[in-house]
Design a protein around this ligand. Structure first.
Ligand code: S3P
Length: 171
């Protein structure tokens, strides 16, 4: 059993995931971190040197590997949903939760973020809108949805921790 957090950039996957893992005593695995450590370079460098397709290939390998583990909270990259095989394989390994936020909230949160190559080189708000337009139907396929603008971080951790406890007790 694992918990897999999906959602667009800036929806809080890393913050929620870290706290959740701490509370459960599980391992926290951030897919982007795993990719960066493995490659010995940043996400920006991977995109700039090898292009997005190479990044997506690395992302897919990491998703498949992490799906074999146990007792992990996995924070996925926002684009992991673009490949249906990623969704299938991550869904087979545990409770999948999608964190949602509206465009304005996402914009505010990503302003401070570095190393998000897909939001560079143009108007950030436009990029966010276009990417959300493409991806929202994919995020909506994830069985559990949480509106991150309606809950505090602590609430979200308790909600998800409660869900996984019930799921494990029912097994
Ligand atoms: C991406 C999201 C990023 C990272 C990469 C691509 C995306 O992760 O994987 O920059 O396609 O939405 P976060 O969602 O953790 O920011």
């Amino acid at each position: 059993m694992n918990i897999v957090l999906f959602g667009f950039m800036g929806t809080g996957k890393t913050s929620v995931g870290k706290k959740l893992a701490e509370q459960l005593g599980w391992t926290f695995a951030d897919m982007d971190e795993v990719i960066q450590q493995r490659e010995g370079r940043s996400i920006r460098e991977i995109f700039a040197q090898d292009g997005e397709p190479r990044f997506r290939k690395l992302e897919k390998e990491v998703a498949a590997e992490l799906a074999l583990g146990e007792h992990q909270v996995i924070s996925t990259g926002g684009g992991v949903v673009l490949d249906p095989e990623n969704i299938r394989c991550l869904q087979s390994c545990g409770l999948c939760v999608c964190l949602q936020a509206d465009e304005a909230t996402i914009l505010k949160r990503v302003e401070k973020m570095k190393d998000r190559p897909l939001l560079e080189g143009g108007e950030k708000a436009e990029r966010i809108r276009a990417l959300l337009h493409q991806r929202q139907p994919l995020y909506d396929t994830i069985p559990v949805q949480i509106d991150t603008t309606a809950h505090t971080l602590e609430d979200m951790v308790q909600i998800i921790a409660g869900m996984i406890m019930r799921k494990m007790c029912a097994k």
